[in-house]
Design a protein around this ligand. Structure first.
Ligand SMILES: [Zn+2]
Ligand SMILES: [Zn+2]
Length: 344
Protein backbone atom coordinates (compact mmCIF):
# COMPACT_ATOMS: atom_id res chain seq x y z
CA UNK A 1 0.00 0.00 0.00
CA UNK A 2 1.15 3.47 -0.85
CA UNK A 3 1.61 5.69 2.15
CA UNK A 4 2.54 9.25 1.44
CA UNK A 5 3.14 12.11 3.73
CA UNK A 6 2.59 15.71 2.90
CA UNK A 7 4.34 17.89 5.43
CA UNK A 8 7.31 20.22 5.25
CA UNK A 9 10.42 18.18 4.79
CA UNK A 10 13.18 18.10 7.29
CA UNK A 11 16.41 17.76 5.35
CA UNK A 12 18.28 14.66 6.45
CA UNK A 13 21.99 15.20 6.05
CA UNK A 14 23.48 13.99 2.79
CA UNK A 15 20.17 13.01 1.27
CA UNK A 16 19.22 14.69 -1.99
CA UNK A 17 15.92 16.54 -1.97
CA UNK A 18 14.76 16.18 -5.53
CA UNK A 19 11.90 14.27 -7.12
CA UNK A 20 12.77 10.68 -7.91
CA UNK A 21 10.93 10.86 -11.23
CA UNK A 22 11.47 14.36 -12.64
CA UNK A 23 14.36 15.76 -10.54
CA UNK A 24 12.38 18.88 -9.69
CA UNK A 25 12.36 20.24 -6.13
CA UNK A 26 10.76 17.72 -3.78
CA UNK A 27 7.86 18.48 -1.46
CA UNK A 28 6.96 15.07 -0.12
CA UNK A 29 8.82 12.05 1.19
CA UNK A 30 8.21 8.32 1.28
CA UNK A 31 7.58 7.70 4.98
CA UNK A 32 8.59 4.07 4.77
CA UNK A 33 12.20 4.57 3.71
CA UNK A 34 12.58 8.30 4.40
CA UNK A 35 15.28 8.54 1.75
CA UNK A 36 13.08 9.03 -1.34
CA UNK A 37 11.39 12.27 -2.35
CA UNK A 38 8.81 13.51 -4.83
CA UNK A 39 7.51 16.74 -6.30
CA UNK A 40 3.90 15.58 -5.89
CA UNK A 41 1.70 12.56 -5.22
CA UNK A 42 1.32 11.73 -8.92
CA UNK A 43 5.01 11.09 -9.26
CA UNK A 44 5.09 9.24 -5.97
CA UNK A 45 2.29 6.93 -7.16
CA UNK A 46 3.99 6.38 -10.52
CA UNK A 47 7.26 5.45 -8.81
CA UNK A 48 5.53 3.23 -6.26
CA UNK A 49 3.68 1.26 -8.93
CA UNK A 50 6.67 1.02 -11.25
CA UNK A 51 9.48 0.11 -8.88
CA UNK A 52 9.56 1.75 -5.46
CA UNK A 53 7.32 -0.79 -3.75
CA UNK A 54 9.97 -3.44 -4.51
CA UNK A 55 13.04 -1.43 -3.54
CA UNK A 56 11.78 0.95 -0.84
CA UNK A 57 13.55 -0.80 2.05
CA UNK A 58 16.60 -1.72 -0.07
CA UNK A 59 17.27 1.95 -0.72
CA UNK A 60 17.83 2.77 2.95
CA UNK A 61 21.36 1.34 3.30
CA UNK A 62 22.28 2.63 -0.18
CA UNK A 63 21.17 6.20 0.39
CA UNK A 64 22.00 6.86 4.00
CA UNK A 65 25.36 8.60 4.40
CA UNK A 66 28.14 6.19 5.39
CA UNK A 67 28.87 6.15 9.14
CA UNK A 68 32.27 7.28 10.35
CA UNK A 69 34.87 4.53 10.30
CA UNK A 70 38.10 4.72 12.19
CA UNK A 71 40.04 2.21 10.11
CA UNK A 72 40.79 2.18 6.41
CA UNK A 73 39.82 -1.48 6.28
CA UNK A 74 36.35 -0.79 7.65
CA UNK A 75 35.89 2.06 5.23
CA UNK A 76 36.86 -0.07 2.25
CA UNK A 77 34.68 -2.93 3.34
CA UNK A 78 31.69 -0.63 3.67
CA UNK A 79 32.35 0.89 0.23
CA UNK A 80 32.57 -2.56 -1.32
CA UNK A 81 29.31 -3.50 0.36
CA UNK A 82 27.65 -0.40 -1.06
CA UNK A 83 28.79 -1.28 -4.60
CA UNK A 84 27.46 -4.84 -4.20
CA UNK A 85 24.09 -3.48 -3.09
CA UNK A 86 23.99 -1.05 -5.99
CA UNK A 87 24.82 -3.84 -8.45
CA UNK A 88 22.05 -5.94 -7.00
CA UNK A 89 19.66 -3.03 -7.46
CA UNK A 90 20.76 -2.58 -11.10
CA UNK A 91 19.76 -6.18 -11.82
CA UNK A 92 16.54 -6.04 -9.85
CA UNK A 93 15.29 -2.76 -11.33
CA UNK A 94 16.19 -3.86 -14.86
CA UNK A 95 14.39 -7.16 -14.45
CA UNK A 96 11.27 -5.46 -13.13
CA UNK A 97 11.29 -2.90 -15.98
CA UNK A 98 11.85 -5.63 -18.57
CA UNK A 99 8.98 -7.69 -17.21
CA UNK A 100 6.62 -4.70 -17.32
CA UNK A 101 7.70 -4.03 -20.91
CA UNK A 102 6.93 -7.61 -21.88
CA UNK A 103 3.48 -7.13 -20.41
CA UNK A 104 3.03 -3.98 -22.47
CA UNK A 105 2.96 -1.77 -19.35
CA UNK A 106 5.26 0.85 -20.82
CA UNK A 107 4.43 3.71 -18.49
CA UNK A 108 5.07 1.59 -15.39
CA UNK A 109 8.36 0.31 -16.81
CA UNK A 110 9.91 3.77 -16.88
CA UNK A 111 10.62 4.27 -13.13
CA UNK A 112 12.51 0.94 -12.90
CA UNK A 113 14.47 1.64 -16.06
CA UNK A 114 15.38 5.13 -14.83
CA UNK A 115 16.44 3.72 -11.49
CA UNK A 116 18.64 1.08 -13.12
CA UNK A 117 20.34 3.76 -15.20
CA UNK A 118 21.09 5.86 -12.11
CA UNK A 119 22.61 2.93 -10.24
CA UNK A 120 24.61 1.88 -13.30
CA UNK A 121 25.88 5.42 -13.62
CA UNK A 122 26.80 5.51 -9.90
CA UNK A 123 28.71 2.23 -10.07
CA UNK A 124 30.31 2.39 -13.52
CA UNK A 125 30.31 6.10 -14.39
CA UNK A 126 28.08 8.02 -16.75
CA UNK A 127 29.99 7.07 -19.92
CA UNK A 128 30.10 3.32 -19.37
CA UNK A 129 28.64 0.79 -21.81
CA UNK A 130 26.96 -0.70 -18.70
CA UNK A 131 24.36 2.05 -19.13
CA UNK A 132 23.28 0.86 -22.56
CA UNK A 133 20.79 -1.85 -21.42
CA UNK A 134 18.94 0.76 -19.32
CA UNK A 135 18.95 3.27 -22.17
CA UNK A 136 17.50 0.60 -24.45
CA UNK A 137 14.74 -0.17 -21.92
CA UNK A 138 13.87 3.52 -21.72
CA UNK A 139 13.86 3.77 -25.50
CA UNK A 140 11.62 0.75 -25.80
CA UNK A 141 9.18 2.12 -23.21
CA UNK A 142 9.13 5.48 -25.00
CA UNK A 143 8.42 3.82 -28.33
CA UNK A 144 5.57 1.89 -26.69
CA UNK A 145 4.12 5.16 -25.46
CA UNK A 146 4.47 6.78 -28.88
CA UNK A 147 7.05 9.25 -27.57
CA UNK A 148 9.29 8.83 -30.55
CA UNK A 149 11.42 11.87 -29.94
CA UNK A 150 12.31 10.69 -26.42
CA UNK A 151 13.00 7.23 -27.81
CA UNK A 152 15.34 8.71 -30.35
CA UNK A 153 17.14 10.65 -27.63
CA UNK A 154 17.67 7.52 -25.55
CA UNK A 155 18.88 5.61 -28.59
CA UNK A 156 21.34 8.28 -29.56
CA UNK A 157 22.53 8.39 -25.94
CA UNK A 158 23.08 4.64 -26.16
CA UNK A 159 24.97 5.05 -29.42
CA UNK A 160 27.04 7.84 -27.94
CA UNK A 161 27.78 5.77 -24.84
CA UNK A 162 28.89 2.93 -27.08
CA UNK A 163 31.18 5.18 -29.05
CA UNK A 164 32.71 6.70 -25.94
CA UNK A 165 33.00 3.45 -24.00
CA UNK A 166 36.61 2.65 -23.30
CA UNK A 167 38.35 -0.31 -24.86
CA UNK A 168 38.52 -1.33 -28.49
CA UNK A 169 35.55 -2.49 -30.48
CA UNK A 170 34.91 -6.11 -29.60
CA UNK A 171 32.26 -8.70 -30.25
CA UNK A 172 30.21 -7.57 -27.24
CA UNK A 173 30.10 -4.02 -28.49
CA UNK A 174 29.11 -5.27 -31.91
CA UNK A 175 26.28 -7.20 -30.33
CA UNK A 176 25.09 -4.17 -28.44
CA UNK A 177 25.27 -2.11 -31.57
CA UNK A 178 23.35 -4.77 -33.42
CA UNK A 179 20.70 -4.89 -30.67
CA UNK A 180 20.32 -1.18 -30.96
CA UNK A 181 19.54 -1.59 -34.65
CA UNK A 182 17.20 -4.45 -33.92
CA UNK A 183 15.33 -2.58 -31.23
CA UNK A 184 14.96 0.45 -33.43
CA UNK A 185 13.46 -1.65 -36.16
CA UNK A 186 11.64 -4.36 -34.25
CA UNK A 187 9.49 -1.79 -32.49
CA UNK A 188 8.76 0.15 -35.64
CA UNK A 189 8.60 -2.51 -38.25
CA UNK A 190 4.87 -2.96 -38.33
CA UNK A 191 3.63 0.55 -38.03
CA UNK A 192 4.19 3.94 -39.47
CA UNK A 193 7.08 4.66 -37.09
CA UNK A 194 9.25 2.75 -39.53
CA UNK A 195 8.88 5.62 -41.95
CA UNK A 196 10.24 7.93 -39.34
CA UNK A 197 13.12 5.66 -38.36
CA UNK A 198 14.08 3.99 -41.64
CA UNK A 199 17.04 6.24 -42.45
CA UNK A 200 18.46 5.92 -38.94
CA UNK A 201 18.03 2.18 -38.93
CA UNK A 202 19.79 1.96 -42.28
CA UNK A 203 22.64 4.15 -41.05
CA UNK A 204 23.09 2.14 -37.86
CA UNK A 205 23.26 -1.09 -39.84
CA UNK A 206 25.42 0.44 -42.55
CA UNK A 207 28.10 1.66 -40.11
CA UNK A 208 27.99 -1.58 -38.20
CA UNK A 209 28.35 -3.76 -41.31
CA UNK A 210 30.98 -1.52 -42.89
CA UNK A 211 33.45 -2.33 -40.11
CA UNK A 212 32.82 -6.05 -40.41
CA UNK A 213 33.19 -5.94 -44.20
CA UNK A 214 36.45 -4.02 -43.84
CA UNK A 215 37.79 -6.80 -41.57
CA UNK A 216 36.69 -9.49 -44.03
CA UNK A 217 38.30 -7.71 -46.98
CA UNK A 218 41.53 -7.27 -45.00
CA UNK A 219 41.48 -10.97 -44.20
CA UNK A 220 41.14 -11.90 -47.86
CA UNK A 221 44.03 -9.56 -48.74
CA UNK A 222 46.24 -11.17 -46.09
CA UNK A 223 45.26 -14.56 -47.34
CA UNK A 224 46.22 -13.63 -50.88
CA UNK A 225 49.51 -12.31 -49.54
CA UNK A 226 48.93 -8.68 -50.60
CA UNK A 227 49.39 -7.31 -47.11
CA UNK A 228 49.92 -8.48 -43.56
CA UNK A 229 48.02 -7.67 -40.37
CA UNK A 230 49.22 -4.84 -38.16
CA UNK A 231 50.60 -6.21 -34.89
CA UNK A 232 47.88 -6.35 -32.24
CA UNK A 233 45.03 -6.28 -34.75
CA UNK A 234 41.96 -7.85 -33.18
CA UNK A 235 39.61 -9.67 -35.50
CA UNK A 236 35.90 -10.11 -35.13
CA UNK A 237 34.42 -13.13 -36.81
CA UNK A 238 31.07 -12.81 -38.53
CA UNK A 239 30.07 -16.08 -36.86
CA UNK A 240 30.66 -14.51 -33.44
CA UNK A 241 28.33 -11.65 -34.23
CA UNK A 242 25.44 -13.38 -35.99
CA UNK A 243 23.91 -16.75 -35.23
CA UNK A 244 21.41 -18.30 -37.68
CA UNK A 245 18.31 -16.61 -36.26
CA UNK A 246 20.05 -13.25 -36.03
CA UNK A 247 21.09 -13.60 -39.68
CA UNK A 248 17.47 -14.20 -40.65
CA UNK A 249 16.39 -11.25 -38.55
CA UNK A 250 18.93 -8.92 -40.15
CA UNK A 251 17.91 -9.95 -43.65
CA UNK A 252 14.24 -9.44 -42.78
CA UNK A 253 14.69 -5.99 -41.26
CA UNK A 254 16.78 -4.64 -44.12
CA UNK A 255 14.46 -6.05 -46.76
CA UNK A 256 11.46 -4.40 -45.10
CA UNK A 257 13.24 -1.07 -45.49
CA UNK A 258 14.39 -1.87 -49.01
CA UNK A 259 10.85 -2.78 -50.11
CA UNK A 260 9.52 0.36 -48.52
CA UNK A 261 12.07 2.54 -50.30
CA UNK A 262 11.44 0.67 -53.51
CA UNK A 263 7.75 1.58 -53.41
CA UNK A 264 8.35 5.20 -52.67
CA UNK A 265 8.64 6.46 -56.20
CA UNK A 266 9.26 10.07 -55.30
CA UNK A 267 12.15 9.63 -52.90
CA UNK A 268 13.61 6.47 -54.38
CA UNK A 269 16.38 8.22 -56.24
CA UNK A 270 19.36 8.85 -54.01
CA UNK A 271 17.75 6.89 -51.16
CA UNK A 272 17.63 3.37 -52.50
CA UNK A 273 21.44 3.34 -52.80
CA UNK A 274 21.99 3.53 -49.07
CA UNK A 275 19.83 0.55 -48.22
CA UNK A 276 21.04 -1.37 -51.29
CA UNK A 277 24.66 -0.84 -50.19
CA UNK A 278 23.76 -2.04 -46.69
CA UNK A 279 22.13 -5.18 -48.10
CA UNK A 280 25.14 -5.77 -50.37
CA UNK A 281 27.44 -5.71 -47.32
CA UNK A 282 25.13 -8.01 -45.38
CA UNK A 283 25.09 -10.59 -48.20
CA UNK A 284 28.83 -10.24 -48.66
CA UNK A 285 29.34 -11.10 -44.98
CA UNK A 286 26.99 -14.06 -45.25
CA UNK A 287 28.97 -15.20 -48.34
CA UNK A 288 25.98 -14.92 -50.67
CA UNK A 289 28.16 -13.21 -53.26
CA UNK A 290 25.67 -13.17 -56.14
CA UNK A 291 23.17 -11.19 -54.04
CA UNK A 292 26.01 -8.97 -52.82
CA UNK A 293 26.79 -8.16 -56.47
CA UNK A 294 23.11 -7.58 -57.31
CA UNK A 295 22.54 -5.06 -54.51
CA UNK A 296 26.02 -3.58 -54.88
CA UNK A 297 25.35 -2.74 -58.52
CA UNK A 298 22.03 -1.15 -57.63
CA UNK A 299 23.78 0.94 -54.97
CA UNK A 300 26.50 1.96 -57.40
CA UNK A 301 24.01 3.02 -60.04
CA UNK A 302 21.98 5.12 -57.57
CA UNK A 303 25.13 6.76 -56.24
CA UNK A 304 26.55 7.54 -59.68
CA UNK A 305 23.26 8.96 -60.95
CA UNK A 306 21.97 10.92 -57.97
CA UNK A 307 24.34 11.18 -55.02
CA UNK A 308 27.80 11.57 -56.56
CA UNK A 309 29.61 10.71 -53.32
CA UNK A 310 33.08 9.74 -54.55
CA UNK A 311 34.17 7.99 -51.38
CA UNK A 312 30.96 5.98 -51.26
CA UNK A 313 31.29 5.05 -54.93
CA UNK A 314 34.87 3.82 -54.36
CA UNK A 315 33.74 1.74 -51.35
CA UNK A 316 30.94 0.11 -53.31
CA UNK A 317 33.25 -0.55 -56.26
CA UNK A 318 35.76 -2.27 -54.00
CA UNK A 319 33.03 -4.42 -52.46
CA UNK A 320 31.82 -5.36 -55.94
CA UNK A 321 35.32 -6.30 -57.10
CA UNK A 322 35.92 -8.48 -54.04
CA UNK A 323 32.48 -10.11 -54.28
CA UNK A 324 32.93 -10.82 -58.00
CA UNK A 325 36.35 -12.33 -57.33
CA UNK A 326 34.83 -14.55 -54.63
CA UNK A 327 32.14 -15.62 -57.09
CA UNK A 328 34.85 -16.85 -59.46
CA UNK A 329 36.08 -19.41 -56.90
CA UNK A 330 34.77 -22.97 -57.43
CA UNK A 331 31.17 -23.08 -56.20
CA UNK A 332 31.07 -19.28 -55.98
CA UNK A 333 31.65 -19.43 -52.24
CA UNK A 334 34.97 -17.63 -52.11
CA UNK A 335 37.88 -18.69 -49.96
CA UNK A 336 36.75 -20.47 -46.83
CA UNK A 337 37.44 -18.64 -43.55
CA UNK A 338 38.91 -21.90 -42.29
CA UNK A 339 41.59 -21.84 -44.99
CA UNK A 340 42.49 -18.41 -43.76
CA UNK A 341 42.59 -19.51 -40.13
CA UNK A 342 44.86 -22.45 -41.00
CA UNK A 343 47.30 -20.33 -42.93
CA UNK A 344 48.38 -18.29 -39.93
ZN1 LIG B 1 8.36 14.79 -10.01
ZN1 LIG C 1 10.32 4.34 0.20
Amino acid sequence: MLKSSIYPLANPKGVKMECEICQKTAHIMCTQCRVTFYCDVTHQAADWNGIHEKICQLLIPVRMPLPFFSSKKEREHSKEQLVQRQKYLIDLTRTVAQKLLFEGRHEEAIPGALQSMRFASAVYGSLSAELVPSQLLLAEASIGLGRLQEAEEYLSQAQWTMMKATGCINAIQYKLYRNLGLLYTAKCEYDKALWYFADDVTDIWKNFLAELVETEIQKSLWKAGFSSPEPGTSLVDVEDVFDASQKAEAVKILHVIFDMRNQELLVKNGKIGNIAHTLAMLYYLFQDFSKAVKYGELALEDNKMFVHNKKEIATIQRLLTTAKKALSYPGGKGPSPYDWANSC
